[in-house]
Write a protein that binds this ligand. Structure first.
Ligand code: SF4
Length: 346
């Protein structure tokens, strides 16, 4: 156990009895009684103080192409050292990574290998990665490990990537402001009912955080997993596309990903290819310059087209794009939005 940050006691702390705690890390703002954990299952009230149970418990680590996060406009062709701990603050019925995300909440069991930030950064450097990605489960719930690792990574010339559901508290995002360079945030649906009934969360904090992230200047890409019959109506896709285009900007890449039946949604079919293509067409019609079809290998919907002349600027046969300078269309010289080299970063 390691002391957690971003919490406050509820009630008087001077007496002998331990008090409840409000965790202020994400928008659940859990009220945690002594000896209990919050909804994520990895932050515990011990004696009136909050502790994180995953501070140095890395449960998954890999060297991944940055395109796998997915980030298509951030240092393409480079690898990112990716890791995550157990636990998540949401409870999505369609979770594609449920064994990692749900175990602490459902069983109290927290798997992982003792790994300090120094070791993570050393492994990233040894592997030749250009960045570290906080991913796989939900990095918000391992905030302390992410923040310490990110700070050290910057000192060693690495960049930091967060792959998240975007349900952080404002305090959490403010703490991360100068530590993260790029992120992919899920925008899971256009409705509160989807977020509430399927994910045990709320949509408004996610929409607010997306705008905050855009204002903070991190490179931002957005992902929507299209679940048949749940979030794939034409109206909803139009609403999502309009929000991204109007509030985040037409240069924001939008990844529309294929759902595979899993966890509590094994009764649903995988997203048909036509549905993904139709959603991508709606995104482009709304004005978005870069809309991608995800989770389908070899599909041309993964390529980047020049928004001015339509010529293909980046082909992505598998995950890895060839290394190049993609900042301008080779045909018409129009600007292609993105972070194409570390010189483009602060
Ligand atoms: S991080 Fe966990 S404990 Fe804290 S508010 Fe969110 S779900 Fe609750």
């Amino acid at each position: 156990m390691h002391p957690a940050r971003l919490w406050r006691p509820l009630g008087e702390t001077g007496g002998s009895a331990p008090v409840n705690i409000q965790c202020r890390l994400c928008n659940h703002f859990c009220n945690i009684a002594p000896d209990e954990t919050g909804l994520c299952g990895v932050r515990k009230n011990v004696g009136g103080k909050l502790f994180t149970l995953v501070h140095d418990k890395v449960a998954a680590a890999n060297l991944d192409p940055v395109e796998k996060k997915p980030l298509y406009h951030f240092l393409p062709g480079t690898n990112t050292f990716s890791f995550g701990t157990a636990g998540c603050n949401l409870a999505c019925s369609f979770c594609q990574n449920y064994s990692l995300s749900t175990t602490p909440r459902l069983t109290g069991n927290i798997t992982g290998q003792l790994t300090r930030p120094e070791r993570i950064v050393a492994l990233a450097i040894e592997s030749g990665a250009k960045s570290i990605a906080y991913t796989y489960s939900e990095p918000t719930v391992f905030f302390e490990l992410m923040a310490e690792t990110a700070e050290l990574a910057i000192q060693h010339g690495l960049k930091n990537i967060m792959v998240s559901n975007g349900f952080q508290s404002p305090e959490c995002l403010a703490e991360l402001k100068d530590l993260i360079h790029a992120c992919n945030i899920d925008l899971k649906a256009a409705t509160e009912s989807f977020y509430h009934t399927i994910c045990n969360a709320h949509i408004r904090p996610v929409l607010r955080n997306l705008k905050t992230i855009r204002d903070m200047g991190w490179w931002l890409e957005v992902t929507t997993l299209l679940v048949p019959g749940e979030n794939d109506s034409k109206d909803e896709i139009e609403t999502l596309a309009r929000f991204i285009n109007d509030e985040l900007g037409s240069d924001t890449p939008w990844h529309i990903s294929r759902f595979h039946p899993t966890y509590k949604m094994q009764d649903h079919v995988a997203t048909p290819l036509e549905a993904l293509e139709q959603a991508a067409a709606i995104g482009k019609k709304a004005g978005l310059h870069y809309v991608y079809v995800g989770n389908i290998h070899g599909h041309e919907g993964r390529d980047t087209q020049c928004p001015a002349c339509g010529c293909t600027v980046i082909r992505r046969k598998s995950y890895t794009a060839a290394k190049n300078d993609y900042s301008h269309c080779p045909a018409c010289k129009a600007h292609i939005a993105g972070v194409w080299s570390t010189n483009d970063l602060r």
